[in-house]
Design a protein around this ligand. Structure first.
Ligand code: NAD
Ligand code: ZN
Length: 341
C-alpha cells in the first residue's frame, strides 16, 4: 500500500510502498478515505527537537482520519465490513489504575498512532477495535477526518459549564475556532477569540466568535468595555501555546474563573501566580479526548446543529502532500484534508 513515511531522521516525508499493517485478533483494519494534517505532523515533517526525541524512524505518520472497515480481527464483534469509522488515536494500556477506572484519557502509558506507532497517512491503518468509533450518518467524511482535534476542542470546551458564561479563547487555530463554535452551540453568552493572525481571526468569526481580536492591535480590556463586561471572563481556554496569551488570560479572568489549558508551549512559560491565588482561579490541563464521552458528545452535537465545516479550508489528493504541508505552514489555513481514495 501507499503510505506517507518518516523514512529518515531528517526533515521531510516520503510517499512509499509499505506492507499493509497486520491485524491482530482484537484489531480492525481500516481503509483510510480522508485524513487531516495536524500541527504535530508539521513538527515531524520539520524534524524539530521534540520529534527527534519522540518519533522512531521509519514510521507512517498521521493520526486524524476517517475511512471504512476493511477487515475484522478474529475476536472483534460489533462492526461490519464497509462501515464508516474514525478512531481514537491514543492507544491506552488498559491495565493502569486510570484505565481500570474508566479514565483512559489519564492513562500513563498512552501510545499515539503516527507518533509512536504506524499511523493513518496511508491506504490502510490497523487499530484496536476498542478505539474505533462509528461515524454518525449525515457527517461527511471530510468532517469526520478531523474528529481528533475536534475532540480536543470538545474536551476543552465541555470541561466547565458554559451556559450563559463569557468565554475567552486564546489562539484561533483550528482547535480554537472549533471551540468557539462549540461554546456558542452549548449556550455561552460572549465568546471572545484572540490571535495575531488575521486569516485565523476571520475564521473564528465565521465559526461564531462574538469578537475576534488581534492582540497586536487592541487589548482585551477594550473589547470587554465594548461588550459591557464589567467583571471578567468566566471561562478561559488557552489554545495557542503562547505564554503571553496565557498571562493575559489570567489577568482578565473574573474571580472564581475556570481556565482549561490545551495549547502546548514550546518552552517553559512563567506566570504571575497572584491572580491565580487571589482570584481563586481553577486551572485544568487538557490532553487528548475523554474516551469515549468526548466522542459521543461530539457526535451528538454534530447531528444536532453544530456546524464546523467552515474550519475546513483546503483539500488535496494524498499525492500532493507537499503542497498541503506548505499550505499548512503558511498559517493561512484552517484544517487541511488529504484524500486517500
Ligand atoms: P495552531 O498552532 O494552528 O494554533 C495556534 C494559534 O495561536 C495560531 O493561530 C497562532 O497564530 C496563535 N497565537 C500565537 N501567539 C498568540 C498570542 N499571543 N495570542 C493569541 N494567539 C496566538 O494549533 P491548533 O492545531 O489549533 O492547536 C492549538 C494548540 O493546542 C497548539 O498549541 C497545539 O500544540 C495544542 N494541542 C494540544 C493538544 C492536547 O492534547 N493538549 C492536542 C492538539 C493540539
Ligand atoms: Zn493505562
Amino acid at each position: 500500500m501507499k503510505a506517507l513515511v518518516k523514512k529518515k531522521a531528517e526533515p521531510g516525508l516520503w510517499m512509499e510502498e509499505v506492507p499493509v499493517p497486520e491485524v491482530g485478533p482484537n484489531d480492525v483494519l481500516i481503509r483510510v478515505r480522508k485524513a487531516a494534517i495536524c500541527g504535530t505532523d508539521i513538527h515531524i515533517y520539520s524534524w524539530d527537537e521534540w520529534s527527534q526525541k519522540t518519533v522512531p524512524v521509519p514510521i507512517t505518520v498521521g493520526h486524524e482520519f476517517t475511512g471504512e472497515v476493511a477487515r475484522l480481527g478474529s475476536a472483534v464483534t460489533g462492526f461490519t465490513k464497509g462501515e464508516r469509522v474514525s478512531a481514537e488515536g491514543h492507544i491506552t494500556c488498559g491495565h493502569c489504575r486510570n484505565c481500570r477506572a474508566g479514565k483512559r484519557h489519564l492513562c500513563r502509558n498512552t501510545v499515539g498512532i503516527g507518533v509512536h506507532r504506524d499511523g493513518a497517512f496511508a491506504e490502510y491503518v490497523s487499530m484496536p477495535a476498542v478505539n474505533v468509533f462509528k461515524v454518525p450518518q449525515g457527517v461527511p467524511d471530510e468532517i469526520a477526518a478531523f474528529f481528533d482535534p475536534m475532540g480536543n476542542a470538545v474536551h476543552t470546551a465541555l470541561s466547565f459549564d458554559l451556559v450563559g458564561e463569557d468565554v475567552l479563547i486564546t489562539g484561533a487555530g483550528p482547535i480554537g475556532c472549533m471551540a468557539a463554535a462549540i461554546s456558542r452551540h452549548v449556550g455561552a453568552r460572549y465568546v471572545v477569540v484572540t490571535d495575531v493572525n488575521d486569516y485565523r481571526l476571520e475564521l473564528a468569526r465565521k465559526l461564531g466568535a462574538t469578537r475576534a481580536v488581534n492582540v497586536q492591535d487592541s487589548t482585551l480590556r477594550e473589547v470587554m468595555g465594548d461588550l459591557g463586561m464589567t467583571e471578567g471572563f468566566d471561562v478561559g481556554m488557552e489554545m495557542s501555546g503562547n505564554g503571553e496569551a496565557l498571562r493575559s488570560m489570567l489577568g482578565v479572568m473574573n474571580h472564581g474563573g475556570r481556565v482549561a489549558i490545551l495549547g502546548i508551549p514550546s518552552k517553559e512559560v512563567s506566570i504571575d501566580w497572584n491572580p491565580v491565588i487571589f482570584k481563586g482561579l481553577v486551572l485544568k490541563g487538557i490532553y487528548g479526548r475523554e474516551m469515549f464521552e468526548t466522542w459521543y458528545k461530539m457526535a451528538a452535537m454534530l447531528t444536532s446543529g453544530l456546524d464546523l465545516s467552515p474550519v475546513l479550508t483546503h483539500r488535496f489528493p494524498a499525492e500532493k502532500f507537499q503542497e498541503a504541508f506548505e499550505a499548512m505552514k503558511t498559517g493561512q489555513s484552517g484544517k487541511i484534508v488529504l484524500d486517500w481514495t
